[in-house]
Design a protein around this ligand. Structure first.
Ligand SMILES: C[S@@+](CC[C@H](N)C(=O)[O-])C[C@H]1O[C@@H](n2cnc3c(N)ncnc32)[C@H](O)[C@@H]1O
Length: 418
């Protein structure tokens, strides 16, 4: 199938053919020969449709992120392994939530912490009275820096697991993955050279057990699969950006593991977010009498008209949180007074920040190519916080009128009892 035919089909089915030409042009890069990529994009479009997102709110940036970023991040690119990607500051608001719900002391298990484990480091700093254990099945045995601005992780069998530019800009990714096999061969050759005692080229290095560099008094790590993880009972389990990769059967098993690993009264916090905690959807649940009870689903309001693509980031056709988010977004979007006020505020902030500004034809524009990705996400996160502050009370009123037990939670997100 050609990309153009695939996109025509999606545009027709989910947007009545109304997507902007520039959005479609950005999507043309899609490697449609890959089932996982087609599946991902199709699911994303279906979720947009379920959430009631109009074609005018799909920006060229969405086209670009779906068209090029996704193919690099999907496990299909990495031999089925889930990339260990995380980003500093990502769970900032969840550290605040943990302190507000559970106090200044406790034991947090950060399951699927990723590598470099910068979000666990953030938590150890933000929650100095807490002991934090980061656990991930893919903590590298070796970390290779190639001296050219890229790093690669290798497992105990000395096989490459994952590589990326240290500064992950569009250009740096393209340079590294433009020739994926060539980059992998080059990194493997450098690994063998350094592991065999060869002299390191300028800036290159090979470190064994690199995660120990991140440990400190209140922060430790363990390389373990959730299935095999066994630790002292935790006050809080955080598991972000992992479950959306797995099917319902795995999730059911994971829930049992979480229950086993939590102390009674302990808090389970899991979900999806993007940079700086923006575009988040998550569940909070307590363990009571030995089992996980019902909980609360919470989300940030930027999901209704996101700058990024996190609301649709899922590898499963039945991810409960993605569906819940789409259903609640639909309720809010169907309230004409609410969505008018939301759009006016969001559009005003987009103009203020110069991020995907609404044009005279009603469609969202691109971002300036001069805006570095880190600045884009910092501005978008600021915008997200301001949207929640301004509109969460109205959103709660709309959801309450629609029959949900809704409230504003301890970090300003809209939460509904499930
Ligand atoms: C996208 S990263 C998320 C990192 C971090 N939690 C965050 O939110 O930024 C997903 C991580 O899940 C880990 N992972 C996937 N399945 C796992 C399992 N069954 N047990 C432990 N870790 C797992 C992967 O190795 C990867 O590092």
């Amino acid at each position: 199938m050609r990309a153009v035919d695939f996109l025509d089909q999606l545009n027709g089915e989910f947007f009545n053919g109304a997507l902007a030409p520039l959005v479609l042009e950005r999507l043309r890069e899609l490697p449609v020969e890959r089932d996982d990529v087609r599946g991902f994009v199709e699911r994303a479009f279906r979720l947009m449709h379920q959430a009631g997102l109009p074609a005018t709110d799909v920006s060229p940036l969405h086209g670009e992120l779906l068209g090029s970023l996704i193919a690099r991040l999907l496990p299909g690119t990495w031999g089925g392994r889930i990339p260990p990607i995380t980003v500093a500051g990502r769970h900032r608001l969840f550290d605040v939530l943990v302190a507000r719900l559970c106090g200044e002391h406790g034991r947090m298990l950060d399951i699927a912490c990723g590598f470099p484990p910068v979000t666990s480091v953030d938590s150890a700093t933000a929650l100095p009275g807490w002991d934090i254990l980061g656990a991930d099945r893919a903590l590298p045995e070796f970390l290779l820096e190639d001296g050219l601005g890229n790093y690669a992780s290798f497992d105990a069998g000395e096989q490459v697991q994952y590589f990326q530019p240290t500064l992950p800009t569009r250009e740096n990714w393209a340079a590294l993955l433009g020739d994926y096999d060539g980059s992998q061969r080059r990194l493997e050759a450098l690994f063998r050279h350094l592991h065999g005692g060869g002299t390191a080229p300028a800036g290159a290095s090979l470190v064994r057990h690199p995660v120990t560099q991140y440990e400190r008094d209140n922060l430790h790590f363990v390389r373990a699969d959730l299935d095999a993880l066994s630790t002292a009972p935790a006050t809080v389990i955080r598991c972000f950006n992992m479950l959306m990769y797995f099917d319902a059967e795995f999730r059911a098993r994971a829930m049992q593991h979480f229950a086993d690993l939590l102390q009674d009264g302990g808090l389970l916090l899991y979900g999806v977010d993007w940079a700086h905690s923006m575009e988040c959807r998550y569940m909070t649940m307590r363990k009571r009498d030995g089992r996980l009870g019902s909980g609360e689903f919470a989300f940030s309001l930027d999901n209704l008209m996101p700058v990024g693509i996190a609301p649709w980031y899922t590898l499963q056709p039945d991810e409960p949180e993605a569906f819940r988010l789409a259903a609640l977004s639909r309720v809010l979007r169907d309230d004409t007074a609410f969505i008018r006020e939301y759009t006016e505020r969001a559009d005003a902030m987009r103009r203020e920040y110069g991020v995907c500004v609404r044009q005279s034809d009603g469609y969202l524009s691109d971002v300036s190519p001069d805006l570095p990705p880190a600045d884009l996400w910092r501005l978008s996160a600021d915008f997200s916080t301001r949207l929640d502050a301004a509109l969460a009370p109205r959103a709660v009123a709309v959801l309450t009128a629609a029959g949900y037990a809704a409230r504003i939670n301890e970090v300003g997100h809209v939460a509904v009892r499930v």
